[in-house]
Design a protein. Sequence first.
Length: 128
Amino acid sequence: MSASGLMQVVSPYPVDETLQRLQSVLSQRGLQIFALIDHSGEAEKVGLKMRPTKLLIFGSPKGGTPVMVAAPTVAIDLPLKALIAEDENGKVSVTYNTPEYLQQRHGIPDDLVKNIAGVAALVAKAVE
C-alpha cells in the first residue's frame, strides 16, 4: 500500500477487456454495479484527449450499509470504486482504495472491515 492508501494492480489486458473481466467477476460474486464513468469517453465528447480511463462503482448494500451505519463518513468512499486506466506507456492498471486506508480514514470498526476487504481478491481474479 502506498502512503495515499491506493493499491494499483497491473492488468495484462486492454482497458475495455479489464473492465469486462472485472464486471464479470463482480456479477459472479453477486455484487451490484452502480455506475460506470467513462472519463476518456466524456473528454472526447468535448474535444479533449485522454488515455483510456474508466471508473467502476460497485458493492453490496448488504455489506456496505452496516459499515456506513458504524462509520457514517465512509459513505463518501462507498460504494467501492475501481479505476481502470492506461498510462503513457500503454500499461493498464486497476487502482482502488485499500480497506486498511478506508478503515483508518473513517474509523471503521475492526469487525466490519471484512465487509469491504474482498476488493483485492476481486481485482486479482479479473486480471489473472
